[in-house]
Write a protein that binds this ligand. Sequence first.
Ligand SMILES: Nc1ncnc2c1ncn2[C@@H]1O[C@H](COP(=O)(O)OP(=O)(O)O)[C@@H](O)[C@H]1O
Ligand SMILES: [Mg+2]
Length: 360
Amino acid sequence: MANDPHLRVSHVTKRFGGVTAVDDVSFDVPKGAFATLLGPSGCGKTTTLRMIAGFYDPDAGDIEIGNRRVNDLPVHRRGTAMVFQDYALFPHMNVRDNVAYGLRVAHVSASERARRVKETLAFVGLDGLDDRWPNQLSGGQQQRVAVARALVIEPQVLLLDEPLSNLDAKLREQLRVEMRTLQRRLGMTFVYVTHDQEEALSLSDWIAVMNAGKVEQAGAPWEIYYHPRTAFLADFVGAVNLVPAMVAEIDDGAVTVIFGSHRASVRRPADVALARGQDVRLCVRPESFTIAPASSSGPGGIALAGSIVRRAFLGDTMRYWVKVDDREWIVDQPDPGAAAALDGAVALFLQPDRVHVIAG
Ligand SMILES: Nc1ncnc2c1ncn2[C@@H]1O[C@H](COP(=O)(O)OP(=O)(O)O)[C@@H](O)[C@H]1O
Ligand SMILES: [Mg+2]
């Protein structure tokens, strides 16, 4: 029982006319997890969330919450609440009435309503704004009202559709932290939707990356970032070097690959069938390198000689484009203020365990 998922989506499909918006999607979310559906615009995230909430009926498949099939239950009986991308606050109601709405619909008594609204507003940091109208609130405050309105009905599963996407970068980062803290404090199961990979990586216990209606890969953020199964995934979750290579040898835990004029023995990925002579791609994150002036003795590992094509100062990192053989590699150097920027010929060092092999 303890290991049963809190939310189970099994083989769910949704079509709109000729478009298959969600195509045989399955995943499980454990109780109390911060789960995120990540993917580019149009990949089916909102449609999936709306089917969980009960706003859309799936054409096929089942949705279970707490071991109960909810396909045929109306929205208000599923134990879910949804925070919409545009917040969908009622413009003609003040903050108090916006938040109280779900309780009024559920015929909660006036005194109980008042108590829960007050508590929830305090909980999301909106104390004292009860009488404001939505158009008198900042974007961040509106977002909090939308969250309060969902939380006040005490859902088992909170569904959030890109709740931070209308806010500016600084506020988004701040509310990201708040969102995570809130979820931890409540111990509530969250299903969060975003197209922003940084947001997904920083918030989630578990991420499902969607593409064209399907889940391409699901797992812990670390796993998705460092061990993507496809080139699409590698590229979608951050800057990456995807380097064509060939499998030369396969051992138990290692695989020897040849790329350009180089040969290296790297970790053999689990659950991926590889054969000698197979074309693969090496996935290397820019921050996995050490970069140094040419002919420095670096930290060992795979050593590549190259020359800097251009660089960009990003504040917390210096990004270099380094030509090695006939390819440009993206290389990030942390804390650029600590050393003079490099130019010309350089040496790159890469530990073999920072190289991930993608089949195909
Ligand atoms: N109500 C609808 N009617 C017709 N097509 C829709 C509808 N909702 C979504 N779609 C289509 O389904 C696909 C997935 O949409 P959506 O779930 O909104 O994606 P996302 O939230 O990932 O951006 C898109 O091709 C979109 O145009
Ligand atoms: Mg959407």
